[in-house]
Design a protein around this ligand. Structure first.
Ligand SMILES: O=C(CO)[C@@H](O)[C@H](O)COP(=O)(O)O
Ligand SMILES: [Fe+2]
Length: 224
């Protein structure tokens, strides 16, 4: 498996000083910036759009930005986020009228592409599109809010998707999002995830480096 990646969700960052907070978490050892886009339509919350992504790039953020689209419709935001500096764009398959078209649009825009599965979303959306995926993201909470508890049935789903990826032979990251903490990250990694979104677990603590170091120590026990 590839090296584990820690992706803090900036949903729990301090929006009044976002650039500084993102710099702080990257300097603390985070790998990727997870950027949650909510539209008050597909999910019951409203967050940030391409202008904020561009502002982070203009501020000097060079790390990968992982844009998690919780929006419906999907397609018209894809080129805007690509222009704004997104590295990865993921979306929820049931929010797209034309799954294959949305994936192609992301790739043509020069970004990595991924599908996101809510806890209750079936995996059959993966049929016929595995060759177009760079990331599969399993939600371990229902989308819309940070600070929720990890849903344990996600572990079985992770094991299923890990097998699908390994059997496919494609180079696809398995990302998990929601309720990831120091005390469950090892179990989640053992179930097959290799990219970990964590919002409240990191940003709600005063010392980001201490939390990320603890997460890496837990992950090291799985790698060994
Ligand atoms: O996409 C979402 C929520 O919809 C996530 O990215 C959350 O922001 C993760 O927050 P925590 O559960 O880690 O606090
Ligand atoms: Fe997310």
């Amino acid at each position: 498996m590839r090296p584990f990646l820690i992706a803090p969700s900036i949903l729990s960052a301090d929006f009044a000083r976002l650039g500084e907070d993102v710099d702080a978490v990257l300097n603390a050892g985070a790998d990727v910036v997870h950027f949650d886009v909510m539209d008050n339509h597909y999910v019951p919350n409203l967050t940030i759009g391409p202008m904020v992504c561009k502002a982070l790039r203009d501020y000097g953020v060079t790390a990968d930005i992982d844009v998690h689209l919780m929006v419906k419709p999907v397609d018209r935001l894809i080129p805007d986020f690509a222009k704004a500096g997104a590295s990865i764009i993921t979306f929820h398959p049931e929010a797209s009228e034309h799954l294959d078209r949305s994936l192609q649009l992301i790739k043509e825009s020069g970004c990595k592409a991924g599908l996101v599965f809510n806890p209750g979303t079936p995996l059959h959306y993966l049929d016929h599109v595995m060759d177009k995926l760079d990331v599969i993201l399993l939600m371990s909470v229902n989308p819309g809010f940070g600070g929720q508890s990890f849903i344990p049935s996600t572990l079985d789903k992770l094991r299923q998707v890990r097998k699908l990826i390994d059997d496919s032979g494609f180079d696809i990251r398995l990302e998990v999002d929601g309720g990831v903490k120091v005390d469950n990250i090892a179990e989640i990694a053992a179930a097959g995830a290799d990219m970990f979104v964590a919002g409240s677990a990191i940003f709600n603590k005063p010392d980001y480096k201490a939390v990320i170091d603890e997460m890496r120590a837990e992950l090291a026990s799985v790698e060994a």
